[in-house]
Design a protein around this ligand. Structure first.
Ligand SMILES: NC(=O)c1ccc[n+]([C@@H]2O[C@H](COP(=O)([O-])OP(=O)(O)OC[C@H]3O[C@@H](n4cnc5c(N)ncnc54)[C@H](OP(=O)(O)O)[C@@H]3O)[C@@H](O)[C@H]2O)c1
Length: 305
């Protein structure tokens, strides 16, 4: 095994799945407060399809001179800990990296990250399943923080895309904050959404106290909020314009090891539903992207480097 380089999936000229390449890049030693993680699992996320398709390059958000990395979340084991880090080699961890403008991401055999962005994975949680929690679990927790505790009057929350990854987590977390949740999803998702303790709908009328927009309905989602209600979107680059006194927020998920450390045990007990559709080798990353692009996938495609 070559120990001076490792494999990672990147795009040089992004133009969809066929433009994804696997290349060798030099191993990096962790600095103070950092950890090098041997990655066991890295999910394919909708945002990765946008990067591979050049959407964020076109928006001027990527400035990489050679290649752009893919993958925002991972689970694996600690390989080496930098100075000041108290994590033994072999410790099972999960985490996320944020931002589009990176030379490589979690679609890789290893990654160096600040220890503050990591959380230890409970023994009862498989690393494959754990890898699906960081990005969307943190996004959902941070959406729920933006919504805050439900007011006593006006606690009806509609979660769009409630059978999706972000939406499903919001459905669970928002009920803990007192929201009376209805999940908007496809007809075939009714059993799943109800299993999370929410009401279920495939079509709704306007008048909701709050909408959390996991399905990226944007202005259509905003139109469902009552005057003076609240809307939380998931597309930072496309925040809907304010109207009718509605408080509009957009989540930008940020790494937070402490918050992740609260979410992973809840995934281990099943309180949070972290779903895996299929595990595929890193070499088949383009196939996984093509499958996700078709839509209708429930649970994550997870890459195994
Ligand atoms: N800003 C941030 O920090 C942040 C963080 C994480 C995620 N995100 C974004 O959040 C979005 C959701 O991510 P995800 O991983 O949860 O995706 P996902 O698992 O694919 O979930 C989206 C869900 O919405 C459903 N949906 C779409 N249109 C619908 C409609 N009209 N009615 C009912 N359901 C509908 C989809 O069903 P079908 O598959 O049947 O269409 C799917 O179940 C993505 O755009 C992602 O990039 C943003």
């Amino acid at each position: 095994m070559n120990t001076t380089t490792f494999r990672t999936a990147v795009v040089r000229t992004p133009s969809g799945p066929d433009s994804i390449e696997i290349i060798d890049v030099p191993v990096v030693e962790p600095g103070p407060g950092e950890v090098r993680v041997d990655i066991a699992a890295a999910p394919v996320h909708p945002v990765d399809l946008g990067v591979a398709g050049g959407r964020f390059h076109e928006m001027g958000l990527v400035h990489q001179p050679h290649h752009t990395g893919l993958g925002w979340e991972f689970a694996g084991t600690v390989a080496t800990a930098g100075r000041g880090v108290d994590l033994a080699a072999g410790t099972r961890v999960a985490g996320m990296v944020d931002g589009f403008d990176r030379d490589f991401g979690s679609y890789a055999e290893q990654i160096v990250v600040p220890v503050a962005s990591l959380a230890v994975v409970p023994d009862a949680l498989d690393l494959i399943v754990a890898s699906t929690v960081p990005l969307n679990g943190l996004a959902a927790a941070q959406i729920t923080d933006l919504l805050g505790d439900a007011p006593e009057e006006g606690n009806r929350l509609l979660v769009t895309g409630a059978a999706g990854s972000v939406g499903g987590f919001v459905v669970s977390l928002a009920q803990d904050r007192g929201w009376n949740v209805t999940g908007l999803a496809r007809a075939e998702d009714e059993e799943f959404v109800r299993s999370l303790g929410a009401d279920f709908a495939t079509h709704v009328e306007p008048g909701w106290d709050a909408v959390a927009d996991g399905a990226v309905m944007q202005e259509q989602g905003l139109a469902l909020v009552r005057d003076g209600g609240a809307f939380v979107g998931v597309q930072p680059a496309a925040k809907p314009a304010s109207e009718r006194g509605i408080i509009i927020d957009v989540v930008v998920a940020v790494p937070d090891g402490a918050q992740l450390g609260d979410l992973l045990p809840r995934a281990a007990t099943g309180e949070l539903s972290a779903r895996v559709h299929e595990v595929v080798p890193l070499d088949r990353v383009a196939d996984a992207h093509r499958a996700v692009a078709k839509g209708g996938v429930r649970g994550r495609y997870v890459l195994k480097p």
